[in-house]
Design a protein around this ligand. Sequence first.
Ligand SMILES: NC(=O)c1ccc[n+]([C@@H]2O[C@H](COP(=O)([O-])OP(=O)(O)OC[C@H]3O[C@@H](n4cnc5c(N)ncnc54)[C@H](O)[C@@H]3O)[C@@H](O)[C@H]2O)c1
Length: 250
Amino acid sequence: MGRIDNKVAIVTGGAQGLGRSIAELFAAEGAAVLIADIRDTEGEATAAAINAAGGRAIYQHLDVTDVAQWTAGVERCNDELGVPDVLVSNALYWNMDNILDISVENWNKVVDVILNGTFHGIRAVLPGMLEKGAGSIVSVASVIGPLVHVPFSGAYQPSKAGMVGLTRHVAATWGHQGIRANVVMPGPMYTDGLAQNQFTEGAEAIAQTFPLGRVGRPEEVAQAALFLASDESSYMTGAALPVDGGQFIV
Ligand SMILES: NC(=O)c1ccc[n+]([C@@H]2O[C@H](COP(=O)([O-])OP(=O)(O)OC[C@H]3O[C@@H](n4cnc5c(N)ncnc54)[C@H](O)[C@@H]3O)[C@@H](O)[C@H]2O)c1
């Protein structure tokens, strides 16, 4: 028996990286998964790999910044998999610049994918969840933004902190109607995203100073997301869970 048998989950940014690990683990634990991403080749491949392993997944081209694409994606999910029980908001657009160096265009893009994308996603799935009287929303933020601040990535940090605020608004507003909303805050993880943002070597060195002494693995974030998606976390809402090797013990 799986830990989320018969649940339906939408995972944004599920084509690769942490999102792929989350989609794979959710499917292995019994959920039907709609992978929502803009990387069509990787997304189709991830869905095919899940189905080949005996799980149930479909890929949907879904730009999280586009309300119409959310409407179409949720409709397809309802028709082919069922009304979503779980939304994992994980899509990423990254920029390293501080707020003097960043272009307005890049600032808007970061905020649009991370924060507005989470807002659009929650608005798209919430009516169906409220009708069911149950739903779990899991947002993948970061320790950077909600917990600590660094002298770069000036748009990323407020966007990630904003995900926590948005999550707590949802938790406070619809808890009585069976909706839970929580955040996972990863520290540095081995993913393509990490490699592309030139962080890999620095992350390795920094991670040696963590209590657990290493960079994290995507499946370790996926396990935390699974717990928050599942009924095992039934008395948790509005929480922000660090998965950071103990980097920021406060
Ligand atoms: N990797 C890390 O070290 C790390 C650390 C802390 C937090 N995180 C968070 O984890 C999440 C996943 O990170 P990752 O490293 O796997 O990133 P990644 O870049 O490997 O994957 C992100 C995915 O989001 C998709 N995406 C981008 N724009 C999109 C859009 N408009 N609509 C839909 N999908 C879109 C990409 O196509 C990609 O598949 C992010 O939210 C990131 O901030 C990652």
